[in-house]
Write a protein that binds this ligand. Structure first.
Ligand code: ARG
Length: 474
């Protein structure tokens, strides 16, 4: 028999085959949970002690030993970059090392506990801390975008629908459209946090715990708000991971769409955004190139995030109840998606914070045709039904095309020939101002200065309250 410290195998005569070991071993992935494994084990030992199933001496040996193991693993990871060990998983590594420090007491730690409830608990503990990191990055992104929105309120640029010039828009209005989406991402993640915060420990392998442990006391000692209500569900459910992956996919979609805009706007054809050196890359062949690779990778990352979500749902969908080893890949997918999303968020924060906008170039892309809707509205204000006004302005556009001029250059008499309600030349000319165009859109959520300032104010207030609530919870 090998000298691996195996948590099972008493009734086996042979070793598992090398290839099964390779497939089954999870240490390269779950070694990332060593802190949570140790935290969970310390809380479990304390609970065993409190109910009289672990002597003071053994509990102390375990608590001290686990502290030592943590320091040892930390040292190894900081010197070698990762944990190299021959054991199957992090639980075996910690228990074997604990035995080296705490002796026989270590053999009592796993009393009435299973790796099923242990691993589910540790993953949740890890997620609770990691959610905060992701949220912090989104909050940084929101702050950076809000700051730009405030400073760049006077920039007007073409708003696009179907990627065709639609109407003049305040640049800040555009920025705020993403800020709102990211604000909702934060709220959604917080809502999940409440569901996530229920502790599976004490569920055992499937049936629960046969010793009189106080699950609520145990859960509270680990910082959970609640306990899972059913031991079978606790060891077999990964709904919290599905929720996170779904969430990450949606957040990835938001990032990807923002990235796509910023890629387009920085192309020479639009050219009113320039990305900083820090967040651009060059070409090995074409010296003039400044490529938005970071944004392209973010756009691609959204595909990975959706793929991982789909993969995990496929893993879950046909499983019989409770724990099955298929569930082991939960962490691989979770960590991968989380790492990817966090990097994407950091790159977006940096890109948005350092990009330059050329306000004149942005304005130069506006064309008189984008005021066609405003012309129709001018007729509506004079009592013309909108459907008629729409057709009238269509005829004006056709006439301008015939005369090879734009709406602004079309002579006043041509307007009057199509519809007498166009008013005086002076009244007509007033329509051809980008500022007065955007200023008409005063409805809540519109692109007028006050409407945009109101959005900014509201989100700054939200941010302040959010930051204050974070401080309160610390
Ligand atoms: N490493 C497993 C996982 O992460 C936990 C171990 C449960 N193993 C078992 N044979 N019941 O899902």
């Amino acid at each position: 028999m090998s000298d691996r410290y195996q948590l099972w195998g008493g009734c086996f005569e042979e070793e598992p085959s090398a290839v099964l070991r390779r497939l089954n071993d999870s240490l390269p992935i779950d070694s990332r949970l060593y802190r949570e494994d140790i935290r969970g084990s310390k809380a479990w030992a304390t609970e065993l002690h409190l109910i009289g199933h672990l002597s003071t001496q053994d509990n102390e040996a375990i608590q001290r030993g686990l502290d030592e193991v943590e320091k040892q693993i930390e040292r190894e990871i900081s010197s070698k970059g990762r944990l190299y060990d021959s054991e199957e998983d992090i639980h075996s590594v910690v228990e074997r090392r604990l035995k080296e420090h705490a002796g026989e007491a270590a053999l009592r730690l796993h009393t009435a506990r299973s790796r099923n409830d242990q691993s589910a608990t540790e993953t949740k503990l890890w997620m609770l801390t990691s959610f905060e990191r992701v949220k912090n990055q989104i909050i940084r992104l929101i702050s950076v975008m809000l700051k730009r929105a405030e400073q760049e309120i006077d920039i007007i640029f073409p708003g696009y629908t179907h990627l065709q010039r639609a109407q003049p828009i305040r640049w800040s209005h555009y920025l705020m459209s993403y800020v709102w989406a990211f604000r909702d991402d934060v709220i959604r993640l917080e809502e999940q946090g409440n569901r996530l915060s229920s502790c599976p420990l004490g569920s055992g392998a499937i049936a629960g715990c046969a010793l009189p442990i106080d699950r609520r006391r145990l859960a509270n000692s680990l910082g959970f708000q609640n306990v899972t209500p059913n031991s079978m569900l606790a060891v077999g459910s990964r709904d919290h991971i599905v929720e996170f992956l779904n969430w990450a996919s949606l957040c990835g979609t938001h990032l990807s769409r923002l990235a796509e805009d910023l890629i387009i706007y920085s192309s020479q054809e639009f050219g009113f955004i320039q990305h900083s050196d820090q967040f651009s890359t060059g070409s090995s062949l074409m010296p003039q190139k400044r490529n938005p690779d970071g944004l392209e990778l973010i756009r691609g990352a959204a595909g990975h995030l959706h793929g991982d979500t789909f993969a995990f749902n496929c893993i879950l969908k046909g499983l019989p109840s409770t724990y099955n080893k298929d569930l082991q890949s939960d962490k691989e997918i979770l960590f991968r998606s989380y790492d990817r999303l966090l990097d994407c968020l950091k790159v977006v924060v940096g890109t948005v914070a350092t990009m330059k906008i050329d306000a004149d170039k942005a304005r130069g892309l506006l064309s008189a045709g984008m005021l066609a809707t405003d012309l129709a509205h001018a007729l509506v204000r004079r009592g013309v039904p909108f459907r008629r006004a729409h057709h009238i302005v269509g005829a004006v556009l056709r006439r301008a095309a015939e005369l090879r001029c734009d709406l602004q250059q079309l002579p006043h008499h041509e307007y009057l020939a199509i519809c007498s309600e166009f008013g005086t030349e002076e009244e007509l000319r007033k329509i051809f101002s980008w500022e007065s165009s955007v200023e008409q859109y005063t409805s809540e959520g519109g692109t007028s200065r006050n409407s945009v300032l109101r959005q900014i104010r509201e989100l700054k207030q939200w941010l302040q309250n959010y930051n204050a609530s974070i401080c309160d919870n610390k």
